[in-house]
Design a protein around this ligand. Structure first.
Ligand SMILES: Cc1cc2nc3c(=O)[nH]c(=O)nc-3n(C[C@H](O)[C@H](O)[C@H](O)COP(=O)(O)O)c2cc1C
Length: 372
């Protein structure tokens, strides 16, 4: 049977599955549940020193779902949006939780997801207090796209490479455990802020946080969703629909920074999804929305599925196949040249071959093998 354990930045994970920062890691009870079900690590809901400034609204989630007749299957949900803020729990409660969790689960990895205003003192204070309470690693939330940027936090920091470098540097000055910077996808080139984070000395990056989005407009009330007292604000998009974007960004990060650690996030729901992120260079994978749809126990299936994939290919460890698919990315010009050399007769040689009456069938004929 394949060995799913992996050591990343000196942290020993039983398997590559981590709870992504969000509701599934919002207090000791949820974090313990995750560990009991088999998750190797938890990135807690993002915490800050002053929780009094956090005021959540309800509703704060919206979902996109394929409307299959008579079926209310969660598998039909492919898009999820939230306008949730960071944790509203007092910082001292969190520190008590950290101590209790680490006493009870010394071998599991507790990652403190932290965020602060762009000042050195609070960033260093939160880092020191979390590591004293037992955090095994940090994930710097430089990427939440809603609410916090209004206070120059979250994505407002992650979109500015100079601030990324400054903040990561402050944390690295005092941290004694590994630091990952969580990247926003709401940038033109994700490698630019990642480079700044690495220049400041962080061990790894995690990607992606949610994609800034407008979920839709209710055609009866004409109000955009999720509606709070008649109004809304753009939110963060997650779930299956974002997976291709997350895969692309992880691929770019892995190619650009092959010696750094990478935690893949975005629409992961199965062991097969996880295998794809690992094939594109990720050491670990994180799941947030999936747990909100299918509960903590989903990790058992994910472990089985990833193990089956590895056995099928004869891979005995994660490192044996990590990044294995990266070499198959090339330029479009190179693809065309390869087909020219291979003398492949293409289905639709020229745009002039498209016919109005066979249009859908011709489109179908150009589709590659379907990925589920
Ligand atoms: C309801 C909700 C709350 C979230 N809260 C946080 C947070 O506090 N900190 C953070 O870094 N990311 C947060 N995220 C982002 C997730 O950790 C993750 O990066 C993103 O949702 C993509 O992964 P997924 O498709 O598995 O959810 C949140 C996501 C959701 C859906």
């Amino acid at each position: 049977m394949a060995d799913l354990s992996i050591e990343v930045d000196g942290l020993k994970f039983d398997n590559p599955f981590i709870i992504g920062s969000g509701p599934p890691g919002s207090n000791a009870s949820t974090i313990k549940r995750a560990f009991d079900q088999g998750w190797a690590g938890v990135a807690c809901k993002t915490i800050a020193l002053e929780s009094e400034k956090v005021h959540n609204v309800a509703p704060r989630y919206a979902r996109l779902q394929i409307q299959a007749e008579g079926k209310k299957n969660k598998k039909n949900i492919y898009g999820f949006q939230n306008i949730e803020l960071i944790s509203d729990r007092p910082f001292s409660d969190w520190m008590d939780d950290f101590k209790r969790i680490k006493d009870e689960y010394p071998d599991k990895i507790l990652i403190a997801s932290i965020m602060e205003e762009p000042r050195k003192e609070p960033w260093q204070e939160i880092t020191e207090r979390c590591q004293e309470a037992g955090a095994d690693a940090f994930e710097l939330n430089l990427s939440c796209p809603h609410g916090l940027p209004e206070r120059r936090m979250g994505m407002a920091m992650g979109q500015n490479p100079e601030i990324v470098k400054e903040v990561c540097g402050w944390v690295k000055e005092v941290s004694k455990v590994p630091v990952w910077a969580k990247m926003t996808p709401n940038v033109t080139d994700i490698c630019t802020p990642a480079r700044s984070a690495f220049e400041a000395g962080v061990e790894g990056v995690s990607a992606i946080n949610t994609i800034l989005s407008v979920m839709g407009v209710d055609l009866e009330t004409l109000r955009p969703q999720p509606t709070v007292e008649g109004y809304t604000t753009p939110g963060g998009y997650s779930c299956k629909a974002v997976r291709p974007i997350a895969l692309r960004m992880c691929m770019e990060l892995a190619r650009e920074f092959p010696d750094k650690s990478l935690s893949g996030i975005g629409g992961i729901e199965t062991g097969k999804d996880a295998a794809q992120f690992i094939l594109l260079g990720c050491h670990t994978v994180q799941v947030c929305t999936g747990v909100m749809l299918y509960s903590y126990k989903m990790v058992k299936d994910m472990i089985r599925e990833l193990g089956e994939f590895m056995d099928q290919h004869g891979f005995t460890s994660i490192e044996e196949f990590r990044g294995k698919s990266l070499e198959f990315f090339t330029t479009h010009a190179d693809l065309a040249e390869r087909q020219r050399i291979a003398k492949i007769k293409k289905t639709l040689e020229k745009d002039a071959d498209w016919k109005g009456e066979d249009f859908v069938a011709q489109s179908d004929a150009l589709v590659t093998k379907t990925i589920s």
